[in-house]
Design a protein around this ligand. Structure first.
Ligand SMILES: [Zn+2]
Length: 60
């Protein structure tokens, strides 16, 4: 799980693996698509190739 600030509802909340709808490896990094608690589809760019990340991983 990780935290995310939604671009629609502006809430910073925990995102669980059950909310993830897809993960795609790209040259820019791993693009994670997931649904926010408000229902909005969100993206998270992560992985070694990602230049920056604003999400903080949370230990399970
Ligand atoms: Zn939201």
């Amino acid at each position: 799980m990780f935290t995310h600030t939604c671009t629609v509802c502006a809430r910073r909340q925990l995102v669980f693996t059950s909310q993830i709808t897809s993960m795609t490896n790209t040259e820019a990094g791993i693009v994670v698509l997931f649904d926010c608690w408000c229902g909005a589809e969100q993206t998270w760019l992560t992985g070694k190739s990602a230049r920056t990340t604003r999400r903080t991983p949370v230990a399970a």
